[in-house]
Design a protein around this ligand. Structure first.
Ligand code: NAD
Length: 494
């Protein structure tokens, strides 16, 4: 990746984005489109199909037909593996094109997007492809006169609903294991970052994935997402997004066919710094990166800094210094530290959260305002609010923007109590040079992932899932297969 190649791609016209149904690009059945506003400068980049319920149902019908006739699930495992590996290669080959298209659509800084989006998606697809011919069924430990066999069967049609922060990475976390287990899919990209998933799905066709196995329908969540979730013909819904939408999906499931619903929701993840941390300067840099990369629009962002009171002043000063060096800039420049906020609406929400935090008694230490307004784009600098109490909204509510809440604690017991004092349980970080304390904290914190002396970067080999109101089920690792397959017992008298 170099700046010249990025600059060549950044000005390319982007054709209107259609659905991908049964292997064909199709406009919305109503003919309607939605404008795609680039957060880089507020310009209209292109349009996407404004899908209808009929479009969604056509895509589900196509996925169902593909599943029922076995064109994918009945292929030999080695053949399916080869197709998915070829797909991963194609995603990698087109990585820069996908990354630049994605950044123009959602505003993430390119250096991060390139790795976190196409390259990560390719790695995920490859990981699950490799597993296809390595995961076995089971024989139960029965008495001698029977044979208890446990078959793993694909569930059928999987609906995947994706958020705007990392559509390719999060999309691949669902598409990879669902395809590897033999299912068909319909994917619903987010309204404000729809362009890359249909393109990645086209590459799957090029790799040899049979038509109809992977469909993509764009449009409004409340229309096409709802139609997917209410469908009687979708067997599993895999969702990443907000808690409010997650709750709706559970209701839709109850009102339709009781489809399994897996929710990966938000977080308010604590990043805890003990005074005995070996390298406090390094910790300060990681705290800043842990909240501010992709402008805080990261589900596992360490958005609550809990710092031991003895080091509070010096440590907050060090984090502030590291954060101030991460000012936003043009997301398509390689040395930009943080890019744009995804949409004007999200920017307004982020600014309002800071206003409320200050009103509730928090002390603004850094940022808190819109910047680079002259570009027409949506930017906000790293923002730090100190003196945040457990009763404050900034402590309890996810912002999903570049805002860090700082709270101090006296001892380990108080650190645990504060860490667990929200409804969420997605991620956490602990910095200490005391090995026993590190292990005690891992056990005591309610979260899907606890980082120790680092933050973020957990790869595809380990699960990511939340507890509490951060969701259920896990993406990544071989455990993700459990979401997309049924267990069937054969009980055979010998
Ligand atoms: P969102 O819930 O608004 O939208 C997510 C998806 O749901 C979009 O594709 C949207 O179109 C769709 N949707 C919206 N309303 C719907 C409805 N009524 N029926 C069906 N689908 C509907 O969330 P967002 O703003 O796109 O994403 C931000 C949220 O996602 C944050 O809360 C963040 O923490 C969370 N997130 C979680 C993870 C994780 O792995 N746990 C990862 C990334 C983001």
């Amino acid at each position: 990746m170099d700046q010249t190649s990025i600059d060549e791609l950044r000005n390319r016209d982007v054709p209107p984005c259609h659905h991908l149904i049964d292997g064909k690009a199709r406009p919305a059945s109503s003919g309607e489109t939605m404008d795609v506003v680039s957060p880089i400068d507020g310009s209209i980049l292109t349009t996407i199909a404004r899908g209808t319920a009929a479009d969604m149902n056509a895509a589900i019908g196509s996925a169902r037909a593909a599943f029922d006739d076995g064109r994918w699930k009945n292929q030999p495992p080695a053949a399916r593996k080869a197709i998915m590996l070829k797909w991963a290669d194609l995603v990698e080959k087109h990585a820069l094109e996908l990354a630049v298209l994605g950044v123009r659509d959602n505003g993430t800084e390119i250096a991060m997007a390139f790795k976190a989006e196409p390259l990560s998606a390719a790695g995920t697809i490859r990981y699950y492809a490799e597993a296809i011919d390595k995961v076995y069924g089971e024989i139960a430990p029965t008495q001698q006169n029977v044979l208890g066999m446990i078959h793993h069967e694909p569930v059928g049609v999987v609906g995947a609903i994706i958020p705007w922060n990392f559509p390719l990475m999060i999309g691949a976390w669902k598409i990879g294991p669902a395809l590897a287990t033999g299912n068909s899919l319909v994917v619903k990209p987010p309204e404000t970052a729809s362009l890359t998933l249909p393109r990645m799905a086209e590459l799957a066709l090029e790799a040899g994935l049979p038509e109809g196995v992977l469909n993509v329908v764009t449009g409004e969540g409340a229309v096409v997402g709802e139609a997917m979730a209410l469908s009687m013909d979708v067997d599993v819904l895999a969702f990443t997004g907000s808690g409010a939408t997650g709750r709706r999906l559970l209701e839709y499931s109850a009102r339709s066919n009781l489809k399994r619903v897996y929710l990966e929701l938000g977080g308010k993840s604590p990043h805890i710094i003990f005074a005995d941390t070996a390298d406090l300067d390094q910790a300060a840099k990681v705290v800043a990166a842990g909240i501010f990369r992709n402008s805080g629009q990261v589900c596992v962002a360490g958005s609550r800094l809990l710092v031991q009171q003895d080091i509070h002043d010096d440590f907050v000063a060090a984090v502030t210094k590291a954060s101030a060096a991460m000012q936003p800039g043009d997301p398509l420049l390689l040395d930009t530290k943080i890019g744009a906020i995804n949409s004007e609406n999200q920017l307004k929400q982020d600014l309002a959260a800071v206003e409320t935090a200050v009103h509730e008694g928090g002390k603004l230490v850094l940022g808190g305002t819109r910047c680079l307004e002259e570009t027409g784009g949506f930017y906000m600098g790293p923002t730090i609010v100190d003196g945040v109490k457990a009763s404050h909204s900034l402590f309890q509510k996810e912002v999903f923007g570049p805002v860090l809440a700082v709270t101090s604690f006296a001892d380990e017991a108080e650190a645990v109590q504060l860490a667990n004092a929200t409804d969420y349980g997605l991620a956490a970080g602990v910095w200490t040079s005391n090995l026993s304390r590190a292990h005690r904290m891992v056990r005591a914190i309610h979260a899907g992932v606890v980082h120790v002396n680092t933050y973020g970067g957990a790869d595809v080999t380990v699960p990511l899932g939340g507890v509490g109101q951060s969701g259920n089920g896990s993406d990544k690792s071989l455990h993700a297969f459990d979401k997309y397959r049924n267990l069937k017992t054969a009980w055979i008298q010998l």
